[in-house]
Design a protein around this ligand. Structure first.
Ligand code: NAP
Ligand code: G4F
Length: 368
């Protein structure tokens, strides 16, 4: 009988970790995940797996740990003996990395080294390693679109820490012949996206606004452009990267770019609000041009009220507190290499990602 493959996921409680765990379980892997000790529950995204008695401690095993803790990592690798490691753990917020650059580097740069070192210490030379690399490496972009050959120019402590991780992966691949790969993933979103990232911040706040539970949203740079894809597809891509014949580096992206402003307009449009903009920079405001609520969509047993939104209401303001000291203005990736060698391609369109996230946040708010 064929033995089930064993995977270890760091960052299993995050957006991507939760989708990847589902994908690997469906592929009959035994999945181990590292979770951090927290004073409040941090397993919300994997509760559906974690509370399933057919899965917990049969196919899915959770271990306390932290990628800044070397001895813990060594012990876990010794015990689990994974065939594949997916290193998704990170302090993943770019603006926050300016406030905690040392900690961000400890986790995002040296954390990667610690796991690679633990692989060598425990003699797991056949274990394959996936590193969650990022389009933030391109930062002040040197070429449009960005490919695996585009020079890097990171613009934040997060980007710089991830650049170290990128290179240490390549160094261990070349020096020790490890199967180690970088997935250079462009932004990918979903209803499980952390609530402080701009897409989820917008869809969540917009749902609250139409239900009359919040008046406005404060945002930073409305003109930043990102290549936004759909997270579950990108997690399937991570698996494909480790099924390639050898360790290598791949971009996963949609090839389309949209601004934060466009994301905001589309979100409100899905909820029946047409927006218009007035003013410039910090003084810019997002104003209601019209509101035609879909009463069937907004009213239910739990939500009896629609927000009193009128033409001319200001529902978006700009707050410089969300500006970054150095910004990444535009990202757009070319994932032809992944298409050619892995058969991977982004499928869900920008408009559909917005819709999926808006619907999920609206349902969540209505249930409250
Ligand atoms: P996320 O939702 O912020 O999840 C990060 C995960 O890392 C969480 O499970 C978190 O645990 C864990 N973690 C943080 N510090 C840790 C530490 N010191 N030790 C162990 N675990 C730790 O991030 P994501 O969006 O899923 O992204 C996954 C990875 O891909 C990250 O490395 C991110 O930098 C990278 N990436 C993301 C994108 C994107 O668009 N989403 C694009 C490119 C690259 P808690 O739940 O306890 O906080
Ligand atoms: O949603 P964001 O915080 O994502 P960002 O900075 O692109 O980083 C994400 O994607 C990276 C891949 O490129 C990952 F590596 C990283 O871990 C993370 O998942 O911000 C997107 C853009 C930025 O230009 C930001 O300045 O939106 C702009 N923005 C405007 N107002 C805002 C806001 N960002 C946030 N978080 N909050 C705002 O209010």
């Amino acid at each position: 009988m064929k033995k089930n493959k064993i995977a270890l996921i760091t960052g299993i409680t995050g957006q991507d970790g939760s989708y990847l765990a589902e994908i690997l379980l469906k592929k009959n892997y035994i999945v181990h995940g590292i979770i951090r000790k927290s004073s409040s529950f941090n397993t919300g995204r994997i509760d559906h797996l974690y509370t399933n008695t057919e899965i917990l401690n049969k196919k899915l095993f959770l271990h306390y740990g932290d990628i800044v803790d070397t001895s813990n990592l060594n012990r876990l690798l010794e015990k689990i003996q994974p065939d594949e490691i997916y290193n998704l753990a990170a302090q993943s917020h770019v603006l926050v990395s300016f406030q905690i650059p040392d900690y961000t580097s400890q986790v995002d740069a040296l954390g990667t080294l610690r796991i690679l070192d633990a692989i060598r210490e425990t003699g797991l030379n056949k274990t394959k390693f996936y590193q969650a690399s990022t389009s933030e490496l391109f930062g002040k972009v040197q070429e449009i679109p960005q490919t695996e050959k585009t020079p890097f120019y990171p613009r934040s402590p997060y980007g710089v820490a991830k650049l170290y991780a990128y290179w240490i992966i390549i160094n261990f691949r070349e020096a020790y012949n490890l199967f180690a790969s970088n997935g250079i993933l462009f932004n990918h979103e979903s209803p499980r996206r952390g609530e402080t990232f701009v897409t989820r911040k917008i869809t969540r706040a917009a749902a609250q606004i139409v239900l009359g539970r919040q008046n406005k949203i404060l945002l930073g740079n409305l003109d930043a452009k990102r290549d936004w894809g759909y997270a579950p597809e990108y997690c399937e891509g991570m698996w494909r990267i480790l099924q390639h014949k050898e360790g290598d580096d791949f971009i996963l992206a949609t090839g389309e770019t949209h601004s934060v402003r466009e994301f905001t307009e589309l979100t409100f449009k899905d909820l029946g609000i047409e927006l218009t903009w007035r003013g410039k920079a910090e003084k810019e405001k997002g104003i209601v041009k019209s509101f035609e609520p879909d009463r069937n969509k907004l009213l239910s047993k739990n939500s009896k009220k629609i927000g009193k939104i009128r033409k001319g209401d200001i529902i978006i303001e700009v707050s410089p507190s969300y500006y970054r000291p150095t910004e990444v203005e535009l990202l757009v990736g070319d994932s032809s290499k992944a298409k050619k060698l892995l058969g991977w391609q982004a499928k869900t369109k920008f408009e559909d990602i917005v819709k999926i996230m808006v619907d999920a946040d609206l349902q969540k708010q209505i249930r409250k």
